[in-house]
Design a protein around this ligand. Structure first.
Ligand code: CP3
Length: 338
């Protein structure tokens, strides 16, 4: 068993940084595009044999040091009674955006064994086939709330912020509901065999530090507090989070995911010995190999050989990324060991 990522997540020394990629299963892979001719994303997620194969493909094709469960951050929302669709090139789009107390009452608290049994079955299949650790994951309350209230992807997050400011009590109740549901979801993933978990707070960078502290941090504390007894490492990730990083660390998680705009040496300084993950710009994978090499080596140098670095992108792989360039990054990281 390759346990590099588990060691790095604990801040223990490793001969080289472990490497994996957010959104490492997806449309940039020929094998994935082929499967998508037969199944939609929700169909793939609901078929454990297919979801397990999709999870395994990047491990085989790229040689990464971890697998990430194939599902979407919206997967548990279906189980909670929310109607939504994944629109290609756009993202999740909801039939009826969340707008008031009635919508909160209509949400079912997630019971993973009842609502997402296929996810747990996928994990059980994977545990028999994997030689690298399996990462379970969930969306963070704010990122899920943003999708629910906006009704889909957003640039300005005006709907969710308006609800947050105008109906603070309802907002907190929604956030608490999501935090507790996602804690149960992640707990079920760990019981089924996930070796570590990542919490994606992808859109939290839309908030000022003051708003983060008031509206989000208490719920992140609830979530991470509920995850602590599980005893697995927890990665806490968001985008646009440079101004939030210290608060995010205080909120919880063993590893902080850094976006591409956060200087790694600065993060290591302010986070002290907290392990970090990141933070290559996904756009660099569209550059010529010399540029990719320069950027990968820069990040390794910026970390300066310190323990507790998981190499990754600063955000998810983009669908048009050249596959060979993704493999090239893994090869470069593995060269470091020699
Ligand atoms: O390989 C993996 O990383 C595991 C699977 C995974 C998916 N989504 C599969 C997926 C993970 C970890 C996610 C997380 C996710 N989903 C996030 C957090 C990560 C981040 O990027 O910040 C977010 C914000 C979503 C919401 C979402 N779902 C988006 C923005 C999209 C892309 C829409 C598009 O067409 O570009 C999706 C759909 C989605 N989720 C795909 C995959 C493989 C593409 C589906 C397809 O085949 O069309």
């Amino acid at each position: 068993m390759n346990d590099l990522i588990l060691r790095a997540a604990r801040g223990l020394p490793t001969p080289r940084p472990p490497v994996w990629f957010m959104r490492q299963a997806g449309r940039y892979q020929a094998s994935y595009r082929k499967l998508r001719e037969t199944y939609t994303l929700p169909e793939m997620v609901r078929r454990p044999e297919v979801a397990a194969e999709v999870t395994l493909a990047p491990v085989r094709e790229l040689g990464v040091d971890a697998a990430i469960l194939f599902a979407d951050i919206t997967t548990p929302l279906y189980g909670m009674g929310v109607e939504l669709e994944i629109v290609e090139g756009k993202g999740p789009v909801f039939a009826r955006p969340f707008s008031g107390h009635e919508d909160l009452k209509a949400l079912r608290p997630l019971e993973p064994e009842r609502d997402v049994p296929f996810v747990l079955e996928t994990i059980r299949i994977l545990k028999e086939r994997l030689q690298v650790p399996l990462i379970g994951f969930a969306g963070a309350p704010f990122t899920l709330a943003a999708y629910l209230v906006e009704g889909g992807p957003s640039r300005r997050f005006l709907q969710v912020k308006t609800l947050m400011y105008r109906e603070e009590d309802l907002f907190h109740r929604l956030m608490d509901f999501l935090a507790r549901s996602m804690a149960r979801y992640l707990e079920a993933q760990v019981r089924a065999g996930a070796d570590l978990v990542q919490v994606f707070d992808s859109w939290v960078g839309a908030l000022s530090p003051a708003d983060y502290r008031r509206y989000v941090k208490p719920h992140m504390r609830t979530l991470f507090g509920l995850l602590k007894p599980l005893g697995v490492p927890v990665i806490h990730f968001g985008v646009g989070t440079m101004g939030l990083l210290q608060d995010m660390r205080e909120a919880g998680g063993d590893v902080l995911g850094l976006d591409p705009h956060t200087p790694l040496p600065w993060a290591r300084e302010v986070l002290d010995k907290t392990p970090v993950q990141g933070n290559l710009d996904p756009a660099v994978l569209f550059a010529p190999k010399e540029v990719i090499r320069r950027e990968v080596l820069r990040i390794l140098e910026e970390n300066g050989g310190r323990a507790g670095h998981i190499f990754n992108l600063g955000h998810g792989l983009l669908p048009e990324t050249p596959e060979a360039h993704v493999r090239y990054v893994v090869d470069l990281i593995k060269e470091v060991e020699r």
